[in-house]
Write a new protein. Structure first.
Length: 226
């Protein structure tokens, strides 16, 4: 018995709406890579900026680097992460906030710069209130929003199922490989993130998604409700 151990999880009612959205995302992930119809997963990550209160002591022979346990808070920052899993391509942008203006600007840059030549763009998103078409209309106006999104298909994960968004996998890798230390300024954070994504893109690091519709039915079927 280990009563102190806990596993955190959240699973909503697996209704027809839940299954419809889940099957749609899984069907999209199963499609082969097509440059003309990229599948792009998007998510955000908030990060607290902290700085050393005292200069660390560098490592020496037989002695690791030493960092003081105290730190200085320097505010917060946000990272927008877009990853095209099968192409091994990602775009990470550091912003001060993650309001709808910032989100719309991030997607606008993706569509007009990174994926300007794509015939159809599939965006996989969770249900954050800024992720819907209304945000584009509020920021750009309806005419400009319609023009920008004419090539876009939105695909939303079910509520309480953001684990179906592969951007979370990419954010996990980013957190382990780049964000696992103190970042004292947004400029330093941006430089480090840019270097990380350039190296990862150069290596064309892909994400292999193995969870299929058949797996979903087998593992979750007993929870399905009408």
């Amino acid at each position: 018995m280990k009563p102190w151990r806990r596993v955190m999880w959240c699973i909503g009612l697996l209704t027809q709406e839940y299954r419809r959205r889940m099957y749609n995302v899984l069907r999209l992930y199963a499609k082969p890579l097509r440059a003309t119809e990229p599948v792009i997963c998007i998510d955000e990550k908030s990060l607290q900026l902290v700085e050393h209160s005292r200069a660390p002591l560098p490592m020496d022979r037989g002695s690791p680097a030493k960092v003081d346990y105290e730190y200085v808070r320097k505010g917060t920052s946000n990272l927008f992460v877009a990853v095209e899993p099968k192409a091994g391509r990602r775009v990470v942008t550091v912003t001060e906030r993650r309001c709808k203006v910032d989100f719309v600007g991030f997607v606008q840059e993706l569509l007009t710069n990174n994926y300007a030549n794509a015939r159809r763009v599939h965006l996989v998103l969770d249900n954050l209130n800024t992720h819907f078409r209304k945000s584009f209309e509020d920021v750009l106006g309806k005419t400009a929003a319609d023009k920008l999104l004419r090539r876009v298909d939105f695909h939303y994960t079910p509520k309480h199922a953001s684990w179906l968004n592969m951007a979370e996998v990419e954010i996990s890798v980013l957190s382990r490989q780049c964000l696992d230390r103190r970042m004292g300024s947004r400029e330093f954070l941006r430089d480090e993130v840019d270097a990380w994504q350039q190296a990862r893109n150069a290596q064309r690091r892909t994400i292999e998604w193995k969870f299929t519709r058949q797996d979903a039915d087998e593992k979750l079927g007993r929870h399905y409700v009408s």
